[in-house]
Design a protein around this ligand. Structure first.
Ligand SMILES: O=P(O)(O)OP(=O)(O)OP(=O)(O)OC[C@H]1O[C@@H](n2cnc3c(O)ncnc32)[C@H](O)[C@@H]1O
Ligand SMILES: [Mg+2]
Length: 172
């Protein structure tokens, strides 16, 4: 069986679990490492482009000697005066390919949008809004806003599948 060494460019358990849950169902033996890698964008990305760039930079900065590295980045963007949550992923390979894909988007309540426009990061805003702590590490904003129907790990798991499908087609 093919042995793969992969990296996820984050120490956030929601992201690590998203990647490990997808990779463990692949027909490979995968050795997954969670490493810190700079997104090189603001701590709170404020556009689709900046969020996607953060995912790409994480994947590139984490690649090192791994077969591939995955970067996952959450952000927000404005459309018609409404702020939306957006989520991007990138997969960097040793032969120089960068695959990208996007995940769920959902409108943010004005109360949350106001905090973001005042320069506060979504993580602390969500903790205060839901009166819980560490939301970004498990259910995520998506979990709160979907009343628990979708959590951040599942949501990023879908993005990881979009990336892995592109990687497999490229590798076949
Ligand atoms: O440890 P890392 O990998 O950096 O993960 P993170 O939880 O900080 O999340 P991101 O950097 O991907 O997201 C950028 C910022 O947006 C916030 N954010 C993004 N998605 C979120 C979500 O679903 N729930 C709560 N905060 C979120 C969070 O506060 C981050 O500081
Ligand atoms: Mg972060």
């Amino acid at each position: 069986m093919k042995k793969i060494r992969a990296a996820i460019a984050s120490k956030n358990p929601a992201k690590i679990n998203a990647v490990s849950n997808v990779l463990k169902n692949m027909e490979w033996t995968v050795d997954l490492s969670a490493i810190d890698a700079d997104s090189e964008v603001s701590a709170q990305p404020f556009s689709q482009q900046e969020t996607r760039q953060g995912a790409v930079n994480r994947a590139k900065n984490a690649l090192g000697e791994y077969d591939f590295a995955i970067g996952l980045e959450g952000g927000v963007y404005e459309m018609e005066g409404i702020l939306f949550l957006c989520n991007w992923g990138a997969l960097a390979t040793q032969d120089g390919h960068i695959f990208t894909a996007a995940g769920a988007q959902i409108p943010l309540p004005e109360e949350i949008a106001d905090g973001l426009r005042n320069g506060t990061e979504l993580g602390p805003i969500m903790d205060e809004y839901a009166n819980e702590s560490g939301i970004r590490q498990h259910k995520g904003a998506i979990g709160i806003l979907t009343n628990g129907l979708v959590n951040r790990g599942e949501m990023f798991g879908h993005v990881v599948k979009l990336l892995m499908g592109q990687y497999q087609r490229h590798s076949d």
